[in-house]
Design a protein around this ligand. Structure first.
Ligand code: COA
Length: 257
């Protein structure tokens, strides 16, 4: 479990694989590298895969994120510190907001974009933010109930619940407040890089409508709609999502800069 110091904080990350393409994966609100377990394992033959824990999440130090912009700058500093060159930046939910912002702010670092269960605007149900203060387990339960499709196994649902509950309440609160302020709907079409958009057909937290909007605005985007999956699509249907990543990465030619 390596760490690297970024902006004065120890950032934990996990890595797998080798290859000319580097894929940097960013988790969502209350998440960690764990949300990418299947992709870390399944893409090792296709790319150098690096997943990080944002400040205050998983095994990284820090107090959480203050804004999506700030988190995107942290990810950029992380990519520079590791010497990854141009990366395919991939994110889930809040991590997708960070990835879109990364691509807009640092196109010179970006070879492609993968957006999973996300959108160009991420308003949050006020009930979620209220419950974080009042009854933290109930807040996390609500997020997971809305986030996982009805067909998911109870075991997966419980595992996502327990993973999310390990995030300190103040950190999850910061995540959702940052999401709630995020809105790049007027600007997202400026991302002209090859982009893969993945959405679970039963996603209630970032509905497929958000993904359709992204596809309508991004000139070089491909959309994959995964049946039988909700917001945690890459954990609910890991094989389908890993295959979609694999096919997308294969289309990206050329060496890392
Ligand atoms: N892409 C495309 N369209 C979007 C969008 C996106 N990222 N975000 C919002 N919109 C659309 C909505 O569908 C809505 O369209 P409509 O007026 O045709 O129905 C419109 O923009 C306004 O939506 P929104 O900004 O979300 O405000 P709201 O007051 O209608 O709803 C919530 C607020 C919180 C109830 C709603 O955003 C929601 O249910 N969010 C999902 C639940 C959640 O908390 N997700 C967590 C995300 S991290």
């Amino acid at each position: 479990m390596p760490t690297i110091t970024v902006h004065g904080s120890a950032i934990h990350y996990e890595t797998s694989g080798t290859g000319r393409v580097a894929l940097c994966l960013v988790h969502g609100a209350g998440g960690s590298t764990e949300v990418w377990r299947a992709q870390l394992d399944g893409l090792a033959g296709a790319a150098r895969v690096v997943a990080l824990d944002l400040p205050g999440h998983g095994q990284s130090a820090g107090d959480g994120i203050a804004s999506i912009d700030q988190a995107a700058d942290t990810v950029r500093a992380f990519v520079e510190a590791l010497g990854l060159g141009r990366v395919v930046i991939g994110g889930h939910s809040m991590g997708g907001a960070i990835s879109q912002t990364f691509a807009l702010r640092a196109p010179e670092h970006t070879a492609g974009v993968i957006l999973v269960g996300t959108g160009a605007r991420l308003r949050v149900l006020p009930k979620i933010i209220e419950l974080i203060d009042q009854d933290y387990p109930a807040a996390v339960r609500l997020v997971v109930d809305l986030g996982v499709a009805a067909v998911a196994s109870p075991r997966l649902k419980q595992s996502i619940y327990e993973q999310t509950l390990r995030t300190p309440p103040r950190v999850l609160d910061g995540d959702f407040r940052a999401c709630d302020r995020f809105d790049i709907m007027p600007r997202v079409g400026e991302i002209r890089l090859p982009t893969l958009i993945v959405t679970g057909i039963d996603d209630q937290l970032t509905p497929p409508k958000y993904a359709e909007f992204l596809r309508s605005r991004l000139p070089a985007a491909r959309l994959v709609i995964v049946p039988g999956a909700g917001h945690y699509v890459q954990m609910e249907r890991p094989d389908e999502v890993t295959l979609a990543f694999h096919e997308f990465l294969a289309t990206l030619a050329g060496p890392r800069a």
